[in-house]
Design a protein around this ligand. Structure first.
Ligand SMILES: C[S@@+](CC[C@H](N)C(=O)[O-])C[C@H]1O[C@@H](n2cnc3c(N)ncnc32)[C@H](O)[C@@H]1O
Length: 444
């Protein structure tokens, strides 16, 4: 039998030294190793000499930094080291944006061969206190009679206990400690899955419960709701039901868009953009970049509950809004009806299965794509197969994952489009998540 040499794996996980060459699209430090391999080290910055410990084939944990980058700042949040949430606080916001833009540019250049990008100013608002929705994990430690309430640690099931969260809207952050007390005092911690905090037009607290509440527990929740002017909901496997609502609160989940004064209703579990201020700017920019004429027919793909669809419907002849989750597209239809937009058609469809024939049948002049991280490959693959007169004149692509954006851009460009405008949307400051908006225009 032929014997092959196999390097010993014994020292694979031993700490190593390296120099960070760049940041990748998740804002992790990239280290080129002597053996030709590459490691991605979260928390490391370009130019730094670091010691790291390999975790898997490509990833590594940062152990220490020897020569510290001048860009490194002290992370403002006291939970930064333990919490899995905001992982790029060691850079100020301006540098976060610079690296994010460079990451998008690099991927677009590599996969879609785009040069000379026409970057528009980044859309941004407050870099702290912006998040209007968050899910807190809970764990009841019976032995210690202790309730853990907080966020999951990075790549772990451990809960990092927090007393406040500086990226959460202040109204939600201020509830964390009082809620901990309430859950502990009422004994709810024993039967609680998680807690969801939502700042919509009013504050909602959704408790994922494994057992019905007692009358006494409901009474205590009512007193808390009145004291903090909020609405409590119970969520089980099948439904979300109102428990109690402060007198001055309307008890529906909804947010108002200042663009046309429309109200968007949703239910917990439905997607809504987490950063309300940046979202409004993003919707306005999508309207401006798509620039549809009043007789336009717009296809809003991955439409959610109608964040883009309603403002579009107010400006064009017709909008066809497609969403994969049936409950959300039904909600979208109800939102359109409440807003009096009878030129808006809401359809439920799995867009990973849609064919060119179906896409062509809409005869849309403009497309808006706002997919989840997986991107919109199945749709953009069909674009090249559409007859020329059925291709939209402009496409605005809103992306939350630059790698799939770059992949899909290649397809759009190959179908006869040019990249007209692009810009960063700083939807998630302090985190590595990158939101980008791109406008493509059909080349005549
Ligand atoms: C990033 S969200 C955008 C929602 C909406 N445009 C907004 O701004 O609120 C992506 C949406 O795509 C939907 N989605 C994901 N995969 C889908 C698929 N294969 N087919 C249809 N919709 C899908 C999700 O349910 C979600 O509502």
């Amino acid at each position: 039998m032929v014997q092959f040499f196999k390097a010993s794996k014994k020292n694979d996980k031993q700490p190593r030294k390296g120099i960070v060459a760049a940041l990748d699209h998740q804002l992790q430090g990239v280290v080129r190793e002597h053996n030709g391999g590459t490691r991605f080290v979260a928390g490391a910055l370009p130019g730094e000499q670091i010691t790291y410990k390999p975790l898997s084939k490509f990833s590594a944990e940062l152990l220490s930094v020897k020569s510290v980058s001048t860009e490194r700042i002290e992370p403002p949040c006291p939970y930064y080291q333990a919490c899995g949430g905001c992982d790029v606080q060691h850079l100020n916001e301006s540098n976060q944006q610079t690296y994010k833009q460079a990451a998008v540019a690099g991927l677009l250049q590599k996969f879609a061969q785009t040069e000379q990008l026409s970057w528009q100013p980044t859309l941004m608002a407050d870099a702290w206190g912006y998040r209007r929705k968050a899910r807190l994990a809970t764990f009841w430690d019976g032995k210690r009679q202790h309730l853990r309430l907080g966020f999951r640690a990075a790549k772990s099931k451990q809960i990092t206990e927090i007393a406040n969260c500086p990226v959460l809207r202040p109204s939600l952050s201020a509830l964390i400690e009082p809620l901990r007390q309430l859950i502990f005092n009422t004994g709810l911690g024993r039967t609680l899955g998680h807690v969801e905090l939502i700042q919509a037009n009013v504050v909602h607290v959704v408790l994922r419960v494994l057992k019905p509440l007692s009358a006494q527990q409901k009474q205590e929740l009512t007193a808390f709701a009145e004291q903090h002017s909020l609405a409590f909901w119970l969520q089980d496997d099948n439904s979300v039901a109102s428990v109690t609502t402060a007198k001055e609160c309307n008890d529906a989940f909804c947010y108002d868009q200042s663009i046309d004064g429309d109200r968007l209703y949703f239910t917990p579990g439905d997607f809504i953009q987490v950063n309300a201020d940046v979202n409004e700017q993003m919707v306005r920019q999508a309207l401006a970049w798509l620039a549809p004429e009043s007789d336009a027919v717009v296809l809003d793909l991955f439409a959610g509950v109608g964040n883009f669809s309603l403002p579009l419907a107010r400006r064009v002849k017709q909008v066809i809004a497609i969403e994969g989750v049936a409950g959300m597209s039904q909600q979208l239809a109800a939102n359109a009806q409440a807003a009096g937009c009878d030129n808006l058609i809401a359809e439920t469809q799995d867009l990973s299965q849609i064919g060119a024939k179906k896409l062509a049948s809409y005869n849309a002049t403009h497309w808006l794509l706002d997919p989840a991280r997986a991107g919109a490959d199945k749709i953009v693959e069909q674009l090249g197969q559409l007859p020329e007169q059925r291709k939209p004149k402009r496409i605005v692509y809103v992306s939350c994952a630059p790698d799939t954006l770059a992949r899909d851009s290649k397809c759009i460009l190959a179908a006869g489009y040019r990249l007209k405008q692009l810009g960063l949307v700083d939807m998630f400051p302090q985190t590595h998540h990158i939101e980008t908006m791109v406008c493509f225009e059909r080349v005549a």
